[in-house]
Design a protein around this ligand. Structure first.
Ligand SMILES: Cc1cc2nc3c(=O)[nH]c(=O)nc-3n(C[C@H](O)[C@H](O)[C@H](O)COP(=O)(O)O)c2cc1C
Length: 226
């Protein structure tokens, strides 16, 4: 690898012992498994600084050619939340009344969901992640600069965000009231951004429950080649 033309800096290694590493890995396995999608939120406030920290944790994600092709829009304003709820429910009404095929509706029964999304007004923050499919050139607005592996990059950043929220003791929902073009319109986003996911974040309601789901085990998700 030729390093001459570009600056490189020393990599800071974790320095964990093998035993610490194994203990950590085992702990992560069980701590991360506690994350659940939550649809029953409390209106209890969460400080803005916490949301910023969690987003910046997520924004350390790897990305194609380090383009970091994401924008996290953070909505706390009541009127905007109402607008988003109304537009999302309009799409979800259509989804639940004809747009989703019967098999899909059957798969969703176990979650007890319907077209109504009250959590979009109750949760203190709505995080709308946009993927930046290209960048508008600063000097030539007509020119589109490429981003690479945009969906993969934004998916990884989103996963890291969901886990950061969980690690901070808060809850989230990965929500897709599709088609989600209304989010770009409501938030006045530029033409190079496409809505990726809508993620309410906050505390769970006191009486919150979650569906009793089964997660696949190691034999079902890992194929070893040793
Ligand atoms: C891409 C994606 C889209 C999702 N869309 C919705 C959604 O629109 N509404 C909803 O209630 N849950 C949605 N979910 C949440 C899933 O139902 C949930 O992650 C899954 O049932 C597993 O449950 P868990 O997250 O508690 O482990 C979505 C999840 C993903 C990854």
């Amino acid at each position: 690898m030729s390093k001459s033309a570009y600056k490189f800096i020393p990599f800071v290694s974790s320095g964990l012992s093998a035993a610490e590493m194994a203990a950590r890995a085992r702990r992560l396995r069980f701590e991360w498994a506690m994350r659940r999608s939550q649809r029953m939120f409390s209106d209890r406030a969460v400080p803005r600084s916490v949301i910023e920290d969690l987003i910046m944790a997520a924004s350390s994600a790897p990305s194609g050619a380090n383009k970091q092709p994401w924008t996290f829009c953070v909505v706390g304003e009541a009127k905007l939340k109402t607008q988003i709820r109304e537009a999302a429910e309009k799409e979800e009404y259509e989804n639940y009344h004809g747009r989703m095929p019967g098999e899909w509706l059957k798969d969703l029964q176990q979650f007890g969901t319907d077209w109504q999304k009250p959590f979009l007004e109750i949760a203190p923050w709505l995080i709308i992640i946009f993927k930046r499919v290209y960048e508008i050139d600063e000097n030539d607005p007509a020119k589109k600069n490429n981003n690479y592996y945009v969906t993969e990059s934004v998916g990884i950043a989103t996963g890291m965000f969901l886990n950061a929220v969980h690690q901070a003791g808060l809850v989230s929902l990965t929500h897709t009231p599709s088609p989600m073009n209304f989010l770009g319109a409501v938030l006045g986003r530029p033409e190079n951004e496409r809505p990726f996911l809508l993620i309410p974040v906050g505390y769970p309601a006191d009486d919150a429950v979650v569906p009793d789901l089964r997660r696949k085990g190691p034999d079902e998700v890992i194929a070893w080649y040793e």
